[in-house]
Ligand binder design. Structure first.
Ligand code: MG
Length: 250
């Protein structure tokens, strides 16, 4: 069942969303060559504490950190640790917060210094695919209109759209119904209604869409070791169109 959020509930989710947006902006600004990825986790934990929010990922099914840090061929769910970031790396940061029992979830991919032209194109395509998906999050559309728009944008540029991980509903839990694949035919699945809140999150590769799990049981990498990018927003379907709850502060 897809939960519809009431206006007061959405108001709390907006506050949670703003915290996640601020957190990601803070972390993206901290990314530089020479930084250990665990320092991003430390910065994330401190930021959330100061904001009065609870990290959504720490302890989730045993995940050991407050932020996922996935570098280069790592697609999602990278565990921050002793890895040192280097000039030219692509770093995907995925974070969630809980405020008064309500969740928000978002991700960005950032470049460490100068990156290859391909890496830049990959990041741009992933961000655009997310925007295309968000544009479809309107009342009366069906869920797969989002999926289809994302896939179209990614594949038109010759990139791979990951299938093994998908977006999701979000609210009182990190992962609610419905699952939101980043591929599929249009005009299928449930109709979108006001009060649905969706975490839309294309994961895109420079090569094949196939991924595999690392020995740590969490980190997903591209099977062909091609670069990956990941952008995500928590989006509410409203009477006034899609509302991005995890947008940066205006
Ligand atoms: Mg998510």
């Amino acid at each position: 069942m897809i939960e519809l959020k009431t206006e007061p509930e959405l108001e709390v989710m907006r506050r949670a969303g703003r915290i996640v947006a601020g957190l990601l902006e803070h972390l993206a600004g901290a990314v530089r060559a020479g930084l250990k990825t665990r320092q991003l986790d430390e910065a994330s934990a401190a930021y959330l504490r100061q904001a009065g929010a609870t990290p959504a990922f720490l302890g989730y099914r045993g995940f050991p950190a407050t932020v996922c840090v996935s570098v280069n061929e790592e697609v999602v769910h990278g565990i921050p640790g002793n890895r040192i970031l280097r000039e030219g790396d692509l770093v995907s940061l995925d974070a969630g917060a809980i405020l008064d029992g309500w969740y928000a979830d978002a991700a960005v991919t950032v470049a460490v210094g100068a990156v290859s032209k391909d890496a830049r194109r990959l990041m741009d395509a992933t961000r655009q695919a997310l925007e295309d998906g968000i544009r479809q999050a309107v009342i009366g559309n069906r869920l797969s209109d989002i999926s289809h728009a994302v896939q179209q944008r990614v594949e038109a540029q010759g990139f791979g759209i990951v299938r093994d991980f998908v977006g999701h509903g979000i609210g009182r839990a990190l992962h609610e119904d419905p699952p939101i694949p980043n591929f599929g035919v249009p005009h299928a699945g449930p109709r979108l209604k006001a009060g649905m809140v969706l975490a839309i999150e294309p994961m895109v590769t420079l090569g094949s869409h196939e991924v595999q799990l690392q020995a740590d049981g969490w980190t997903a990498i591209t099977k062909d070791r091609s670069l990956a990018a990941h952008f995500e927003h928590t989006v509410a379907v409203t009477d006034h169109g899609p509302e991005v709850l995890t947008a940066r502060c205006e």
